[in-house]
Design a protein around this ligand. Sequence first.
Ligand code: HEC
Length: 149
Amino acid sequence: MGTFSKFLGVSAAVLMLSASVAGAEEKDPLKPRVPADQIAEAKAMKNPVASSPESIAKGKALFEGKGTCFNCHGKEGKGDGPAGAILNPSPRNFTNCKFHKKRKDGELFWVIKNGSPGTGMVSLIPAAITEEEAWTIINYERSFCKGDE
Ligand code: HEC
């Protein structure tokens, strides 16, 4: 019995290790991250930066530079950046159109401002970027969804 439970403990440790080496998965990206008591307000927020080729280009520069977003989310937005590989849950894959359909800009903004508790996504306003820069980056993040599924 003692040996058996020790064996179970070791196997669990090995399993956890292999999971982190293989790369973790996203926590269900379709479930909201904003707490229930704040979600109506978050959804009602309007992005003050109009989406245009110019704001998307600005957002890309911020995503890949000052904002440091690419470190975790990856330059292609797939959630596979160099620092993202060790995170569990893994960073959001912005190429997932279903995710974008589920979220209003204000919900994305809320997470950039407050972080997603219990994950590697920490508050980045004002630590890395301003509110206006966050709205600009949101326009760029939306552009990772290429299809319309
Ligand atoms: C240290 C790693 C890291 C960095 C840097 C980072 N993120 Fe994240 N991000 C994450 C992780 C991990 C998640 C997934 C959190 C979850 O599943 O709740 C995430 C999720 C998100 C989400 C999804 C929120 C939602 O509603 O599900 C948005 C939007 C986001 N990040 C934007 C950004 C922006 C913009 C930047 C740069 C200014 C950035 N992130 C930088 C790790 C990071």
